[in-house]
Write a protein that binds this ligand. Structure first.
Ligand code: BDR
Ligand code: CA
Length: 314
């Protein structure tokens, strides 16, 4: 059973990911060991409160939620409130959670849990990688203590979603992302190339809207806001629930098809800062960095059906 340590910036698609993970937890199919939040879609304290709200709504209690880095390592902070709403959850105005974030900082939480449970934890990152980068600086042995790192981020043949070449989670902190790709631990990366083809559309959204339960109503409401954000991009009623695809491959690795390539992050390009660059050249290998397993395609129907079923099951 996967033991997941989630690092996120909740965020509408992060919230959908929490609902999916909650369904796994309730089914006894995964353990959500803890959550850390990071700047990104919203500030990390608001992200932590949103995380607690969603977990409580889903009926999952007792998961520690730690607040993490409020800004990137080497640039100004930017939020994505226009895309996710002023509260990060589509301006749905949900009540304050019953629970409180813990006092421990998210990077310290990663290091402590990895030390307590060496080789057991899957680190799932669905936000900028500042907390992971900070944890690597706190404990250089961290890569040998983590089972696998699964990241939603990057864009290769697909255009970026912040700049022409850069995807949001990498663009928000390129220096931290570069630390993570250089660390030598096993990384699975789910870029926009894999997530965009999974966009959910009107029939899926209508089935969600027709379901009579509090989690389904909540999901439907936050996605209505997200759909408006996606209208100019997709040019049809729909949205891309990026982060849930990364979460789902942990329980179902055969959901995707992958290539293994060394990945670096552009740090200096005037037009390309935050772009992910993979080395697609064939043997002899020219980049001695440990290759990243990059998802390049997925079983779209299975992803969409599982995600819907997970919300219905709560
Ligand atoms: C990523 O950026 C955020 O806005 C989403 O939550 C997702 O993690 C997609 O580029
Ligand atoms: Ca996210």
């Amino acid at each position: 059973m996967p033991k997941i340590l989630l690092d996120c910036d909740t965020g509408i698609d992060d919230a959908m990911t929490l609902l999916y993970l909650a369904s796994l937890v309730k089914a006894g199919a995964a353990e959500l060991v803890a959550v850390g939040t990071v700047h990104g879609n919203i500030d990390p304290r608001s992200g932590a409160l949103n995380t607690l709200r969603v977990l409580e709504l889903a009926g999952v209690d007792g998961v520690p939620v730690a607040i993490g880095a409020p800004r990137p390592m080497a640039q100004d902070v930017h939020y994505a409130l226009d895309f996710h709403g002023s509260d990060g959850l589509g301006d749905t105005g949900r009540p304050a959670p019953r629970g409180e974030p813990t006092a421990e900082a998210a990077p310290a939480q990663i290091v402590r849990l990895a030390r307590e449970r060496p080789g057991e934890l899957t680190l799932l990152a669905t936000g900028p990688l500042t907390n992971l980068g900070a944890a690597l600086l706190l404990d250089p042995e961290l890569p040998s203590l983590i089972r696998e790192v699964v990241i939603m981020g990057g864009a290769f043949d697909h255009p970026g979603n912040i700049t022409t070449h850069a995807e949001a989670n990498i663009w928000h902190d390129p220096e931290a992302a570069e630390l993570v790709f250089a660390a030598g631990w096993p990384v699975v990366l789910v870029p926009l190339d894999a997530t965009h083809p999974t966009a959910v559309e009107a029939p899926w959204l209508d089935r969600l809207a027709a379901h009579d339960s509090e989690p389904a109503r909540f999901a439907s409401r936050i996605l209505e806001f997200y759909i408006d954000s996606y209208a100019p991009i997709l040019k049809r009623r729909g949205c891309v629930i990026h982060d849930a695809l990364a979460a789902m491959l942990i329980a179902e690795p055969d959901l995707g098809t992958y290539v293994e390539r060394p990945v670096r992050v552009e740090l200096r390009g005037e037009l390309t800062r935050g772009a992910t660059i993979w080395d697609a050249r064939t043997a002899p290998a020219r980049d001695d960095r440990r290759p990243v397993k990059v998802m390049v395609g997925s079983d779209v129907e299975r992803f969409q059906e599982r995600l819907l079923a997970s919300v219905f099951a709560l």
